[in-house]
Design a protein around this ligand. Structure first.
Ligand SMILES: [Zn+2]
Length: 65
């Protein structure tokens, strides 16, 4: 299955999240273009965001500091 690379805002570690889970999260958010899908970092409990992800509604989310 395809995975999307996410990065933690806090510790900087990366994690690959299954595309299916990312899409599910996005649907729950209603596809807000300003709010990327987020998950909890398994290392530190911080927020992880996609480095690059094109969403189901056509928005592109990029990692920006
Ligand atoms: Zn972390």
């Amino acid at each position: 299955m395809k995975r999307i690379k996410f990065k933690c805002e806090n510790c900087g570690k990366t994690e690959n999240i299954p595309l299916e889970a990312v899409r599910f999260c996005e649907e729950m958010d209603g596809g807000d273009p300003l709010v990327p899908p987020r998950f909890e970092c398994k290392y530190c409990g911080g927020i992880i965001r996609p480095i690059y992800y094109k969403g189901i509604y056509g928005y592109i989310y990029r990692w920006e500091d």
